[in-house]
Design a protein around this ligand. Structure first.
Ligand code: SAH
Length: 467
């Protein structure tokens, strides 16, 4: 029998912490509470108890912080998308900056006095260029909603997963993450599918025709739709895409993808081109990138440009340097730096991304870059250095887990004059910086916000070799 979990009373909320939850304290105890804001005093029902901390939900407010903002989206609280809408954007920025500062100081032992203020995103809504929606034959029914008849159109859903539930989808009416025609496309898809009796996927039984709808846009105005279906019969998908392209002329490319597997992942599948352009065109300064239905591209393109611009200015290039761009993805940073450098070598383990990087180099007539496919911890070895030469600058942009210790070791071994560390997780960045602190001084720190309304934050650090 499970013991009833405790109710913590008059918990003071002291910080807006990692993973989007606020941090509450009662005595020595720490409790993580979603939807709370620093300055709140609340009663918290504990839902999860661990040795060093607890998690819980607010059951009563004693004091409501004046940092609370009214969430503007009706799906807030159910949808997993924008978990920080209950704070105004400037407060979100304040806590993101604090997250970076605290991590660098506590974990990295970094002197943060010279840290630059966070670069906020010009757009704090409609900033994403890619969204993936899920079809569900039974959407999430909210408390207090009138009864919904089984099998009725109202029961179907096309939207986002509810955090923690693989089989629950919030039917989205309006999403603030992506500009029009994104909402129009999703709503028209839902309407046509219902009117024409298409089956929406049963996420438990793993059956049904319509599985996912991926919408991508570029800053140049291209709009790509990729419809993911659970059967090899493409006929109905083609009819739906034809209808979308006829009624929504802004769509420039349409694809469908057959996914008969039980899991949702698309990376191991191929999209079939139906009509229109075969890719989106993205531009950054004088560079052009071709983005296919499956290619990776930073999801906030305008802010990605500012991030790369920071990385470039931190690198302070003379024009003749040899640069390594570790975790290069589709080579965007490498290509962005190439005209200010002697040569750039990019490393990335997703082969498709490396192919895209090479074709983007060709498309832009850039000859002083090369790309290597492979796992960093394996390919970034002495042979690699013997082949490509000793770098003057290393740019590194690892995933959330940070760099493998062997990769950090190798950087220390190579001892380049500068390391520009771009990170999407200040905690692992701080850990890696600490490992490098014997040989390098942190010279510059610039947090950048790529994902307004969420707790995510990027940070760029310039490390300078000690004399
Ligand atoms: N710098 C790129 C992408 C950064 S995201 C950009 O700005 O667009 C991090 C990249 O690291 C991803 O493309 C991911 O595929 C790659 N990656 C993750 N683990 C890796 C590993 N062990 N070896 C090589 N690449 C890896």
């Amino acid at each position: 029998m499970s013991k009833k979990k405790p109710l913590l009373t008059e918990v003071e909320i002291v910080d807006a912490g990692a993973e989007g939850k606020a941090v509450g304290k009662t005595g020595e105890k720490v409790v993580f509470v979603p939807f709370a804001v620093p300055g709140d005093v609340v009663d918290v029902q504990v839902t999860k108890k661990r040795r060093r901390y607890a998690e819980g939900k607010i059951v009563k407010f004693h004091k409501k912080s004046d940092r609370h903002a009214e969430p503007f989206c009706k799906h807030f609280g159910t949808c997993g998308g924008c978990k920080w809408q209950h704070m105004a954007y400037e407060d979100q920025l304040f806590y993101k900056e604090k997250q970076v500062r605290d991590n660098l100081e506590r974990i990295g032992k970094v002197d943060v006095t010279s840290m630059n203020p966070i670069l906020g995103s010009e757009k704090d809504v409609y900033y994403r260029n890619k969204l993936e929606f899920t079809f569900s034959h039974r959407r999430w029914i909210h408390e207090g909603e009138p009864m919904v008849e089984q099998g009725s159109p109202e029961e179907k859903g096309l939207g986002f997963h509810i955090p923690g539930f693989f089989d629950k989808v919030e039917d989205i009416e309006h999403c603030y993450l992506m500009a029009e025609p994104s909402n129009k496309i999703r709503l028209e898809t839902r309407k046509f599918a219902v009117e024409n009796g298409y089956s929406f996927y049963d996420l438990r039984k793993k059956e049904g025709y319509l599985r996912n709808l991926v919408i991508r846009m570029s800053t140049t105005g291209d709009v790509l739709v990729n419809l993911v279906i659970g059967s090899s019969d493409a006929g109905p998908a083609v009819r739906l895409l034809d209808h979308l392209m006829t009624t929504i002329p802004e769509i420039t490319s349409a694809f469908y993808t057959i996914n008969e597997k039980v899991n949702d992942s698309l990376s191991d599948l191929e999209a079939t081109h139906f009509r229109g352009e075969k890719f989106l065109t993205e531009k950054m300064e004088d560079l052009t990138f071709r983005v296919g239905p499956m290619s990776f591209y930073q999801t906030n393109a305008r802010q990605a440009y500012r991030l790369y611009d920071v990385a470039r200015s931190f690198a302070g290039l003379r024009g003749d340097e040899l640069i390594y761009d570790l975790y290069t993805g589709t080579g965007t940073i490498a290509l962005f730096l190439a005209k200010n450098a002697g040569k750039v070598v990019g490393v990335e383990y997703v082969e498709e991304a490396v192919k895209a990087a090479m074709s983007n180099a060709q498309l832009n007539g850039i000859n002083n870059v090369s790309f290597v496919a492979g796992d960093m911890a394996k390919v970034f070895n002495n042979d690699f250095v013997a082949t490509h030469g000793a770098p003057d600058v290393i740019v590194t942009d690892p995933p959330r887990a940070g760099m493998h210790p062997d990769v950090v070791e190798q950087i220390l071994e190579l001892n380049p004059e500068k390391v520009v560390y771009v990170s999407c997780n200040p905690a692992t960045q701080a850990r890696d910086l600490e490992m490098m602190s014997g040989n390098y001084t942190v010279k510059k720190i610039q947090p950048v916000d790529m994902f307004p309304q969420t707790h995510h934050v990027e940070n760029v650090v310039l490390l300078q070799r000690k004399a």
